[in-house]
Write a protein that binds this ligand. Structure first.
Ligand code: 9YT
Length: 130
């Protein structure tokens, strides 16, 4: 069993910061769960184009509000506390935060640690072969 506290993960390698967001990756590939689990804050005003070509991702909004745009269809969906979105088609999307949004995120396959987005908005594929 793994017991881990958000407060204890701050100022460890589990906290990753990039432009417009920070994320505490409470579960990583090394934890052996088959997914990673992150508590991510998208900062107010952030406008983040993303495209996870190598991962599936589910996101549940715990607090704050904003919107997600599906860049294939152009559809825009509001996000508020209690909203889930699942990128089951490796969807190209853009996230916009009206206020700080705190999100619980699950990645399959799990991220390995310090990934940040590349120019296409993706995280790299895990090439370790494990
Ligand atoms: C909401 C969202 O896009 N989350 C992505 C995960 C986060 N940027 C992370 O932990 O890498």
């Amino acid at each position: 069993m793994i017991i881990r506290k958000l407060a204890d993960a701050i100022d460890t390698k589990r906290l990753v910061r990039s432009e417009g967001w920070e994320s505490i990756r409470l579960l990583l590939k090394e934890d052996g769960m088959g997914f990673s689990f992150h508590i991510t804050t998208i900062f107010a005003g952030a406008h983040l184009p993303m495209h996870y070509q190598h991962h599936l991702e589910s996101v549940f909004c715990l607090s704050g509000d904003g919107e997600i745009e599906d860049r294939e269809s152009g559809a825009i969906h509001p996000i508020e506390a209690g909203t889930l979105y699942a990128l089951d088609q490796h969807d190209k999307h853009t996230l916009r935060a009206n206020t700080d949004m705190v999100m619980a995120c699950v990645f399959n396959p799990p991220v390995t640690g310090q990934e940040v987005h590349d120019a296409s908005g993706a995280y790299p594929a895990d090439s370790s072969g494990e």
